[in-house]
Every structure is written in C-alpha cells, then in structure tokens.
Design a protein around this ligand. Structure first.
Ligand SMILES: [Zn+2]
Length: 429
C-alpha cells in the first residue's frame, strides 16, 4: 500500500506577496512565446518592491507593491500575506530533465569512477544504467512512487515547481509502464506539476543485446502505443549515442512517437558528436546534454524552436574537466535551458540552485542567463510556456522565494539552501 509522506489538500488559497526586494517576472521582453535567445536571456523583467496577487492558483496581479495592493478583492481578511522584504521572488524552477524512478544509489559505480573507470567502461562491466534495472523491475509501483515523491519533495524544497520525470530503468514493457504509473501516483501527492516522459530507449536491455532491432520493434509497436493509449506520458525520449541508440534507430522511435501524438526529446551529443539535422526534422521539444554539438549544427538549432537543455551537474559528478558549451550556443542564438538530470548514476542532485552555480562558474553563463534557462526556457522545453516559467497574469501561481536580496546570489551561494518558501498552483509545497 502506498503511504505518502504528505497529502496535498487541493484547496488553493488567495495569497498576497508584497515588498519583494527583487521580483523577477521573466515576462516576455517582446511579443511572442518563442524561447528566449541571445540578449533576451539576460532580461529578467525585474520589479523592485514587487508584489504578486494569487487567486485560485493563478496569478491575478503582478507589479510594484502599491499598485498590486489596490487590486485586492473584497474580503482581504481571508488572504494570506507574505512579507517578502529582503527576499528575491521568481517563477518556480522548471526542472525539465530528471530520471527519478530508481530505488538505490549506485555506490559501486561511484567508487569505480573515483578509481579511474570511465562512463562506458563502467557500462561494459555491467554497471551504469543496467545496475538500476533489477531494483526497478523487482519494486512495486507503490515502492517506486515513494522514491519519486521523495525526490519531488527535495526538489521543491529548493524552489522547483515543475519537474519532467522520465522512466528508463525498467526497460521492459511491464517495468516501463510500472515506472510511469509510479510517476503518476507520486504526482498526485505533490502540488507541483509533473511531466511524464517515456525513456524506454535509454539503453538496449541485456536480454536484447544480440538483437537490438527486436527491442526497437517492441518500443515502437507495443510500448509506445500502450503508453499513448493510457496517456501515461507526454513525451518520448531517446538516448541517441554510441552504445545506446543509433541515429537511424532514434528516428524510427521518433516516428512511432509522433504517430501516437507524443512529444519528442532526446539525449544527444553527451559522449560523441551527432548530426542533428535529421533529428531536428521531427521538431523535438528539446535536445539534451549537447556537450559535443558541432558548429555546423548551430545555425539550424538557432533557427528552430528546439531548446538545448544543458546538464552541468552530470559533468560535475563525473569529474569531467569540460562542461556543455553554453557560451557557444547562446552566442549563436540557440535557446538554452538548464536542468538537474537528477539520476542515480551521473547526477544525484535535486538542486536547481546548484545547477545555476555550475552553469555560471563552469560554463560562464551570467546569473541572469542561468535564471532564464532554469525558468522560462525550461517551460519552453516542456511546451508549457503558456502556463509556466514567468510571473504573468493568468499563469499558474508557481513561485520560489529566496532569502537573498539580489538575484545574482541565487547562483553565488552553493552547498546551502537559501529557498525559504515554494508555492505551486497557489499553495505552499
Ligand atoms: Zn538524462
């Protein structure tokens, strides 16, 4: 029996936030809802002495405190007032790339890597993604849901209100469906927003190693149709990489996903360069990692609405000396998002503020660019920009309050949680 650690009551409240030292609205600098690129990524729509009025889970007014206070409806006494003096208020983070459906940390891999083994070497030795298979296959749906919920709670404690959650450690029809059912179950007990993604194409499972085409057939003809039919996922993701799925097999899986009206995203260019042209023909919502993106592909990416989601926590945890090329991408006009990549093998962190720190110190993103990448562009990477990623009237009231006076401190402090309160759909998380 699934035993949640907390249950969301589901009663949105009227809330008034006032006197924020800095309210970062992330409102559109120009007309249109395209992802933010280039100089737009530095525009935070900041309001000094800012306020936000939340009614019925939506943002009802936003601006300077004096103006917003005038828009209070009758019955002010029923409002909850939150004094944000000395604090920064911003849209809740959108963590657009996570793998929360697993049961245990991978400590043997951790030690092996410290002793010098590489990512692919660990995978060859039976470690890596395959290590998590047994735990997920043997777990109950309720047991997995408990793990997912625990991760969601840790994420929201650090300001995250929207999480994309992938399956991908089951790698059989039953275990992938069970993983997505666990995501659905966990999301019912957390008042943030969860976007489920089918990552059946994470690696080829051991029982299909001699016949990967048969596994691709299973994905395309059985798993994707079942997941689509039961509305268990919004997106299909593929790990398109040497040792995982070739570009040709990736395209077969994309075609099946599109045929079932599911969105598309991919892990690509993490370990080796890939030709992005054929993948971009499928209009993926995002292409993630991008460490080895080729210069030739930058104009194509910049001309598309596909977001490049960068995952520096993985580089940090793997002890790499190189990080995703954020400057090259941003300066070429590519829309960039940041996410944790929360997973047991390469990025065991629920913390978007840590990702901001890594993006600024290791990838030379400016704090404002990193905040845009972690909010609005993250929402764009999940095609939720009409509801999430900025504080604008009519959008979901997803808000993070940080106990700092200047937005640059969000990326400056690390190893400490300065998030003092998280509000999702108008209610405290
Ligand atoms: Zn990933």
């Amino acid at each position: 029996m699934f035993a949640p650690t907390r249950i969301y009551s589901g009663t949105p409240m009227a809330v008034l936030l006032t006197h924020a030292a800095q309210l970062l609205t992330l409102r559109a600098p120009h007309a249109g809802s395209g992802p933010r690129r280039g100089a737009q990524m530095r525009e935070l729509g900041m309001v000094d002495d800012g306020a936000l009025l939340i009614l019925d889970g939506k943002i009802a007014a936003v601006g300077v405190t004096d103006e917003v206070a005038k828009q209070l409806p009758p019955g002010r006494a029923s409002l909850e007032d939150i004094d944000c003096r000395g604090k920064v208020v911003l849209p809740g983070f959108v963590d657009s790339h996570t793998h929360p459906v697993f049961t245990a940390p991978r400590l043997i891999d951790f030690e092996k890597r410290i002793s010098g083994a590489g990512y692919e070497e660990i995978a060859e030795a039976g470690g890596g993604i395959r290590t998590s298979l047994r735990g997920v296959r043997e777990a109950s749906t309720a047991g997995l849901a408990q793990h997912v919920l625990s991760a969601l709670i840790q994420m929201s404690a650090q300001g995250t209100t929207t999480v994309e959650a992938k399956s991908g450690y089951g790698l059989s029809l039953e275990a992938e469906i069970k993983s997505l059912e666990a995501v659905r179950e966990a999301s019912r007990h957390w008042n943030g927003t969860v976007v489920p993604t089918l990552l059946g194409a994470h690696v080829v499972p051991p029982e299909y190693r001699s016949n990967p085409d048969e596994y691709v057939r299973l994905l395309c003809e059985e798993l994707i149709p079942q997941v689509a039919g039961r509305e268990l996922a919004t997106f299909v993701d593929v790990f398109c990489e040497r040792g995982a799925f070739s570009p040709e097999r990736t395209q077969l899986i994309f075609r099946a996903a599109a045929g079932h009206k599911l969105g598309i995203r991919a892990h690509v260019c993490q370990l080796t360069a890939a030709n992005l042209g054929p993948l971009l023909l499928f209009h993926p919502a995002s292409l993630d990692h991008m460490d080895f993106v080729r210069d030739d592909d930058l104009p194509l990416l910049a001309a598309s609405d596909t977001v490049a989601t960068l995952l520096p926590a993985a580089n940090y945890f793997l002890g790499l000396s190189t990080f995703p090329p954020a400057r090259r991408l941003i300066d070429a006009g590519v829309a960039v998002a940041l996410a944790t990549d929360y997973n047991p093998g390469t990025a065991p962190t629920p913390s978007m503020p840590f990702v901001l720190s890594a993006a600024c110190t290791q990838m030379k993103m400016l704090p404002a660019e990193a905040i845009t990448a972690a909010t609005y562009n993250g929402a764009r990477a999940l095609r939720l920009q009409h509801r999430k990623g900025s504080l604008e009237v009519g959008k979901d009231a997803d808000v993070a309050i940080f106990d700092v006076e200047d937005y640059r401190e969000l990326a400056y402090w690390f190893g400490v949680n300065r998030c003092s309160r998280t509000i999702a759909m108008g209610s405290s998380v």
